[in-house]
Design a protein around this ligand. Structure first.
Ligand code: SAH
Length: 339
C-alpha cells in the first residue's frame, strides 16, 4: 500500500514479472481499493498466491462507526494491524463531504487543551495506513452513493512530525493511476513546526496549510502549546511568510477560543497586529471541552466580539461551526474513550 509505482515495478522485476503487472497491482490497490490479493483477478492466480504469501496489504478496518443525530457527522474508529486504533471524522458541508484523518497514533506535541496529547505518541502511521483511512471511508460512502469531497489532516497527530510518511501518503493519494485526489482538496494542519513548514513549502503541493496559532503572545502560546518553546511565534510566522512566498498559497490560521485564556479584546487586537499584511485567513474554533482538560468555551457574545475586532482590523475570519458534538467528534475523544 505504501509503495510508489516505480518501487512496485522493481519488486516485480525481482519476482520475474513484467512492469505492466506492477501497474495493474497499483490500480488494484489504489483505484479499485482491493483489500486482498485474491480480488486482483487480472493477475495470474500463481502470482496472487505468491503475493499473499510474501506480502500483506495492511489495510485498517472500521472498528466502530458513530453517526451524529444532530448533523450526520460520522465518527470512525479505524483498527490498525498491530491493535492500535485511530480516529477519523466525516463532516457534511454544503460544499460536500470532508474527511478528517489521523496521521499518528497519539501525539507528542503535548498541547494543554487537546485530547490527543493525553497518552503521548504511540507511533507514526504509515502512508498505507493513512490511505486506508481514506479508502475505508470512500467505500462506506459509496454504499450510499456518496463521494468524498475533501480531506483534512487534522485528526490525531502532528503531520509534520511524521513528515516522510505524510508526504508519501499525499503523493500516492494524488497519483492519477490510483485514487487520484487532487491535493487542492486537501488541508494539512500543523501545530507550528517551523522547519517542517519550510520543508513542505519546497514540495510546492497545491494543498492548504493550516497553522494552529491559538495565542498572539509567546507567554500564552507556550503555556498552551509546548512546541512554542522550540519555535516561537516570530520564527513560526517567518516560516509562514516563506511558505507563502514559495507556494503563493494563502495560509489559514486556527485559533481555538478558550474562556479567559486567549479570548479577550486585547488578544484579538494583538492577533490582528500580528497578522497584519499577511495573506491569510483566521478560523475561530470555539474550544471543544475535553474530559481530561479543564479549559472551557467562551460565550457566543465573546466569540462574536473577537470576530468583530479582527474584521474591524481588516483580518478575514470565520467561526467554525461545531459538528458532531454527540459523537465525540473532537480528535482523540473516541480513541481515549476506549473505542
Ligand atoms: N497537530 C495538528 C493537527 C491536529 S489538531 C495541529 O496542531 O494543527 C487539529 C486542530 O484541532 C488544531 O488546530 C488543534 O489545536 C485543535 N484542537 C485540539 N484540541 C481541541 C479542542 N479541545 N478544542 C478545539 N480545538 C482543538
Amino acid at each position: 500500500m505504501s509503495r510508489y509505482p516505480g518501487e512496485l515495478e522493481e519488486l516485480f522485476k525481482a519476482l520475474g514479472e513484467p512492469g505492466y503487472r506492477a501497474r495493474q497491482l497499483f490500480g488494484w490497490l489504489h483505484q479499485k481499493r482491493a483489500r486482498d490479493f485474491m480480488e486482483m483477478t487480472s493477475l495470474s492466480s500463481g502470482l496472487r498466491e505468491r503475493l499473499r504469501e510474501e506480502y500483506s496489504i495492511s489495510r485498517p478496518f472500521v472498528k466502530k462507526k458513530l453517526v451524529s443525530e444532530l448533523d450526520g457527522t460520522v465518527k470512525y474508529l479505524y483498527a490498525l494491524s498491530d491493535g492500535e486504533a485511530v480516529e477519523g471524522a466525516l463532516m457534511r458541508h454544503r460544499h460536500g463531504n470532508s474527511l478528517c484523518i489521523s496521521t499518528q497514533a497519539g501525539c507528542r506535541m503535548g498541547c494543554a487543551f487537546c485530547a490527543s496529547a493525553t497518552g503521548g505518541l504511540k507511533r507514526n502511521l504509515t502512508a498505507g495506513e493513512m490511505l486506508g483511512e481514506v479508502y475505508e471511508t470512500a467505500h462506506d460512502l459509496l454504499a450510499s452513493g456518496e463521494k468524498l469531497g475533501s480531506l483534512v489532516l487534522m485528526g490525531t497527530g502532528e503531520p509534520l512530525d511524521n513528515f516522510d510518511e505524510v508526504m508519501r501518503f499525499m503523493e500516492l493519494l494524488s497519483n492519477p493511476a490510483g485514487f487520484g485526489m487532487s491535493l487542492r482538496r486537501l488541508s494539512l494542519s500543523t501545530c507550528g513546526l517551523a522547519d517542517g513548514i519550510r520543508r513542505l513549502a519546497e514540495k510546492r503541493y497545491p494543498l492548504t496549510l493550516s497553522v494552529s496559532l491559538h495565542a498572539p503572545r509567546d507567554d500564552t502560546r507556550s503555556e498552551l502549546m509546548p512546541v512554542n518553546r522550540r519555535h516561537d511565534i516570530a520564527s513560526l510566522l517567518a516560516a509562514c511568510k516563506d511558505y507563502f512566498e514559495i507556494t503563493g498559497r494563502r495560509i489559514s490560521f486556527e485559533y481555538a477560543l478558550m474562556a479567559g485564556k486567549n479570548d479577550g479584546p486585547q488578544d484579538a487586537l494583538d492577533l490582528a497586529a500580528l497578522l497584519k499584511g499577511m495573506n491569510c485567513h483566521v478560523n475561530l474554533i470555539p474550544h471543544n471541552p475535553v474530559a481530561e482538560r479543564d479549559f472551557t468555551r467562551p460565550s457566543q457574545e465573546t466569540v462574536q466580539r473577537f470576530l468583530r475586532i479582527l474584521e474591524s482590523r481588516g483580518i478575514t475570519a470565520t467561526v467554525r461551526r461545531e459538528l458532531g458534538s454527540d459523537v465525540l467528534a473532537a480528535c482523540g475523544q473516541l480513541r481515549n474513550s476506549g473505542g
